[in-house]
Design a protein around this ligand. Structure first.
Ligand code: 13P
Length: 267
């Protein structure tokens, strides 16, 4: 059975005081051993203080990025080991806001411009340090409208996970985040999410076999709220959610956690 995972991607939000407050009010609501795994992903510079804040709570911590080389002249970057040493267990990789940033320049244009092969190097670096990658994939609106959703996701999964062993893939987290649903309030319908998740699991099966496909957890991300979490989670291929905006409010994030737990406990 795949343990559900509810992850909060804080992106470039919160100050340190409000981050601490968020974690402590969330921890106060959670049971000692929640049946879902709970993850928060603060900006790099909050990782050390947040490690203290999540200590002795069921909340785990992930970074939002890393650089694949172990050290060297990479101004502004952090290695996988640096990330792990802060106390992170997970790292988000290949987020669409790093592949390309919508609404900043050309809607399909590129600010950070991370491509599949760079993201693949990051996945290897993370696994080499024992970090669990939360590996993000998803199509843009233009790609969906052209009927390319499956092709885009196949390419991202195949290239991004290239060279991994099946047991490494089994331990991974993949997040399906349709770019058009991120920060837009326009959530994928449960049917659209189910279709994409089924496709991702099929691609993993074809590439890495049955154990990898049965083990890999696939999260949905994109305008998840307390209101829609339950219907999104209500599918056997949806193993959790990756939450942006709603993870910045303890009450909303906790309500999403509860929705996920209740759906999965019902079986
Ligand atoms: P929102 O939940 O704000 O749409 O963000 C989703 C996301 O990008 C999580 O990584």
């Amino acid at each position: 059975v795949r343990r559900p995972l509810v992850a909060g991607n804080w992106k470039m939000n919160l100050d340190l005081a409000s981050a601490r407050e968020l974690v402590s009010s969330l921890a106060a609501k959670l049971p000692a051993e929640p049946s879902a795994e709970i993850l928060v992903c603060p900006p790099f510079i909050y990782l050390f203080p947040m490690a203290k804040a999540v200590n002795e709570t069921p909340i785990r911590m992930g970074a939002q990025n890393l650089w694949p080389e172990p050290k060297g002249a990479f101004t502004g970057e952090c290695s996988a080991r640096m990330v792990r040493k802060t106390g992170c267990t997970h790292v988000i990789l290949g987020h669409s806001e790093r592949r390309h940033t919508i609404g900043w320049t050309d809607p399909e244009g590129s600010v950070h411009g991370e491509d599949d092969s760079l993201i693949n190097r990051k996945v290897h670096a993370a696994l080499g340090e024992g970090l669990v990658p939360v590996f993000c994939v998803g199509e843009t609106l233009r790609q969906r409208d052209k009927g390319e959703m499956e092709a885009v996701i196949s390419r991202q999964v195949v290239a991004g996970l290239n060279g991994l062993r099946p047991e490494q893939v089994a331990g991974l987290v993949i997040a399906y985040e349709p770019v058009w649903a991120i920060g837009t309030g326009r959530t994928a319908s449960p049917e659209q999410a189910a279709e994409a998740h089924r496709h991702i699991r099929r691609v993993v099966f074809e590439q890495y076999g049955g154990e990898a496909a049965a083990g890999v957890r696939i999260l949905y991300g994109g305008s998840v709220t307390p209101e829609n979490a339950e219907s999104l989670m209500n599918n056997e291929d949806v193993d959790g959610v990756l939450v942006g905006g709603a993870s910045l409010h303890a009450d909303d994030f906790f309500a999403i956690i509860q929705a996920c737990i209740s759906v999965k406990d019902r079986g």
